[in-house]
Design a binder for this molecule. Structure first.
Ligand SMILES: [Zn+2]
Length: 664
């Protein structure tokens, strides 16, 4: 009786709570996938933008998780934006670039039908943890040993795997040598499968060691998950060395290098220690041999300060293979009966250039420079396993060795800046600031998108212009949530990351392994499942499905540029001019060509005085007769006549340039 009598009252209270809860949830708790931004966050002083696939005219930022009073309301909203690749009309961009207060926030628009954004952080170190996750991705790819890591409350481990690598049965194409095994244990598993491919390792080694060259002073102080320093070798280099120790084993005594160490067919969705099928060395070819030289040559100089014996062995092996390479035109043997990753190609020119570039930078011997300079490539936007010519070009351009042809250096420098500026223009015309624009969708396009960071940062090292660092953040933003899906493309990082990557450890353990960039949407329909062939546009062709290796696989050659991108945004990455890395040979001063280069003064009233912002440690390119003053009126430097040296400006600051002989 009493119970019955109380029922209506109880129900009424419950109903009120439910309504109140629902109302509050709709306003402040629901993350709306139409609000798309970099969920890792933003750096103070950098542009900050979100793309919203809905109408609105005003927006606010609130403190996460439950702020109700706006902390920022001054942002601008773009005109409606029609995006061609995603076939979306009426995208709007919320710009809060002038909000720089460190903290954790969410964004809400004045369209009450649209929920809030994912939370994001503004701070100097927002990319440090994503970087550590990307490096954990590499550690968990280790082959030949057990791995174990705890990360974000979960643990990930596999047992020692592939301890029998590998058989020589197919090393020589078309013949069964039957000469037993050769030690090939170690390295990183390549991708969603557990095989190991020399040429693809080349792309991963290039990006990870270029990241060291540019950001070593940050990386040497960044602790990694599960990877300690190894004696004198910093943890970061210890992780890369795990792979290099295997790469060294792919060489044969005549200098030729096997293309891959692989099962004949792709294995099942099992943990690596359960894969027992025999793995074989594939026949050698010149692509693998050239890539091997590039990997060994760069390793020789990077590891020299930490492990002289290892460095010397790398250089010795590089020399042997370089000789074998130069004795031979392009060679490519059939890969039958292998059905695993082909990593083929129609030539080896790019890899020969990379080999020569790294050999020259490491040794300074003129023969390598001669080979390289007589074949210098143009800068290419795309750096992939199949084309590392831009890595060769940038090794040459970023070098501080003597002996380069100044005209070739200047041509390449202008080429680099032209390419980087073009990418920035392309990003500005895209609703999600995709630096590869609307047309470049191919297998692993996300990896190439990350690879642009190396182009941008190299442009920054040549000019000191922060717009190139902003472009790196645009690339990172697209990969971490400012995209059509409003999702991070990196497992375990950012908002709503991939849950079912094509990755055997993830599938077999039924949990996505962290820190891995998926290949992303693309239009390659060759043998693709129906879902892809039916896509309205390539940009909308991504499926978070473990069976979909077309768009949802992970790979070391995509993770390496991701690690580079994130390192380029960590505190201290803006060091300019670049600090020499340990062991780098520095024979020439950094040549700084300032963006603030004055144009010829017009005869106008104020035409003879220009205000420029200069960065330290550089020569100012000014016309004869010009004097440079500080803002306090003090004469800093002058150029007497056309034959005089350019004045050197030693401090960052704003200066007045006055040109004698013209009226003020
Ligand atoms: Zn393995």
């Amino acid at each position: 009786m009493n119970i019955k009598g109380n029922y209506p009252f109880t129900l009424l209270v419950s109903a009120l709570v439910a309504i109140g809860g629902a109302f509050s949830t709709a306003l402040s708790q629901t993350i709306d996938s139409r609000v798309r931004l970099n969920s890792a966050g933003f750096l103070p002083g950098f542009p900050k933008k979100a793309t919203v696939a809905a109408e609105f005219t005003k927006f606010w930022l609130y403190e996460a998780p439950n702020g109700t009073t706006p902390v920022y309301s001054e942002g601008t909203v773009s005109e409606p934006f029609n995006n061609t690749d995603t076939r979306e009309n009426g995208l709007r961009i919320a710009d809060f670039s002038d909000f720089n207060t460190p903290g954790r926030y969410f964004l809400r628009t004045n369209n009450t039908a649209v929920g809030k954004s994912p939370e994001f952080t503004i701070g100097n170190d927002v990319f440090t943890e994503p970087f550590r996750a990307a490096m954990l991705g590499f550690y968990l790819w280790r082959c030949g040993a057990a791995v174990s890591a705890a990360y974000n409350g979960r643990s990930y481990s596999h047992g020692a795997c592939h301890k029998d690598d590998g058989s020589l049965k197919y090393y020589v194409a078309g013949r069964d040598d039957g000469t037993g095994n050769k030690d090939g244990v170690g390295g990183w598993h390549d991708a969603g499968d557990y095989n190991k491919y020399t040429v693809n390792s080349g792309a991963a080694v290039a990006f990870t060691l270029k990241a060291w060259e540019h950001f070593w002073h940050i990386l040497e102080n960044t602790p990694l998950v599960s990877v300690p320093n190894s004696g004198a070798i910093p943890a970061y280099l210890a992780e890369v060395k795990w792979n290099l120790d295997w790469v060294r084993k792919m060489q044969f005594s005549d200098g030729r290098v096997s293309h891959k160490l692989s099962t004949l067919n792709f294995g099942g969705e099992i943990m690596p220690e359960s894969e027992s099928a025999t793995r074989y060395y594939a026949p050698w070819n010149t692509m693998a041999t050239a890539s091997f030289v590039g990997q060994m040559a760069i390793a020789a100089r990077i590891y020299a300060p930490y492990d002289g014996v290892f460095a010397a062995r790398c250089l010795g092996q590089a020399r042997i293979s370089y000789s074998a390479l130069m004795d031979t035109a392009f060679v490519r043997h059939t890969q039958a009966p292998f059905l695993t990753g082909e990593y083929g190609g129609s030539g080896d020119t790019d890899k020969r250039l990379w080999a020569a570039a790294e050999m020259w930078e490491t040794t300074g011997e003129p023969g390598f420079l001669e080979y390289l300079e007589s074949r210098l490539p143009n800068m290419d936007v795309y750096i992939t396993w199949s084309n590392v010519s831009t890595v060769a070009a940038l090794t040459y351009l970023n070098s501080r060795r003597e002996g380069r042809n100044p005209a070739k250096v200047e041509r390449l420098r202008a080429d680099l800046i032209g390419v980087a500026d073009e990418l920035i223009t392309v990003a500005a015309a895209h609703g999600y600031a995709r630096v590869l624009g609307s047309n470049s969708y191919f297998w692993g396009a996300n990896g190439s998108l990350a690879g642009t960071a190396y182009v941008f940062h190299s442009a920054y090292l040549q000019t000191g212009d922060p717009k190139y660092r902003h472009a790196v953040q645009d690339a990172a933003a697209h990969l971490l949530g400012r995209n059509y899906y409003g999702r991070s493309f990196v497992t375990g990082v950012g908002h709503n990351p991939p849950t079912s990557p094509h990755d055997r450890t993830s599938t077999a353990s039924r949990t996505p392994w962290p820190g891995r960039l998926i290949g992303g949407p693309h239009s390659d329909k060759n043998g693709a499942p129906t879902a892809i062939t039916n896509c309205a546009s390539p940009a909308t062709c991504w499926f978070d499905d473990s069976r979909d290796y077309w768009t949802n696989e992970v790979a070391i050659n995509w993770n390496a540029p991701l690690a580079y991108t994130l390192a380029a945004l960590m505190p201290g990455a803006d060091t300019y001019p670049a600090r020499p890395y340990p062991g780098q040979t520095v024979e020439t001063e950094v040549s700084v060509n300032h963006n603030a280069k004055p144009k010829k003064a017009s005869a106008g009233k104020n035409g003879a005085t220009r205000v420029v912002r200069a960065r330290g440690d550089g020569r100012l390119d000014i016309p004869a007769g010009a004097k440079v003053y500080g803002l306090n009126g003090k004469l800093i430097a002058r150029k007497l006549n056309a034959g005089s040296k350019m004045p050197v400006i030693n401090r960052n600051g704003v200066y007045l340039i006055k040109i004698e002989g013209l009226k003020d």
